[in-house]
Design a protein around this ligand. Structure first.
Ligand SMILES: [Cu+2]
Length: 139
């Protein structure tokens, strides 16, 4: 009797790459601020609130979650201040919906605790401290 045993090498490289691209996004944000003043026909509400997180990967996830809400025009999370600034069309959404969308992606906001299942699936470096202070003052 012959038995063929296939050994499959599992490549566990996933997850290791995730935290490298932090620095990239920081630079771009300054440029876009100026042009947004021009097209303010539709009055956008601007708000900011605390969101916990660690790094550039967190920034990507948080902003993507906020932007997935219909009516959100812009979202910018500050890694040092642990705070997100959002502008959105008030006729389409409200700030609570943005809190909920961010929380669903695994991140704690001032008002809504982050989804624990989503938190578990975050890359190791993104597993922020749930006691972390939000809205930090940074000089
Ligand atoms: Cu992170």
């Amino acid at each position: 009797m012959k038995r063929v045993i296939l050994s499959v090498a599992v490549v566990a490289a996933m997850g290791l790459t995730s935290c490298k691209d932090e620095a990239k996004k920081e630079v771009e944000t300054t440029v876009t601020e100026v042009s947004s003043e021009v097209s303010k026909e539709i009055a956008l509400a601007e708000m900011s609130f605390g969101v916990r997180g660690n790094c550039g990967m967190c920034k990507t996830t948080i902003e993507k979650a906020a932007n997935s809400v219909e009516g959100v025009a812009e979202a910018n999370w500050d890694v040092d201040k642990k705070k997100v600034e959002v502008s959105f069309d008030e006729t389409k959404t409200d700030v609570m919906s943005i809190h909920k969308a961010i929380a669903a992606s695994g991140y704690d906001t001032e008002k809504v605790a982050g989804d624990l299942e989503a938190y578990k699936n975050l890359p190791g470096c993104c597993k922020y401290d749930h006691e972390m202070e939000m809205n930090q003052q940074v000089k």
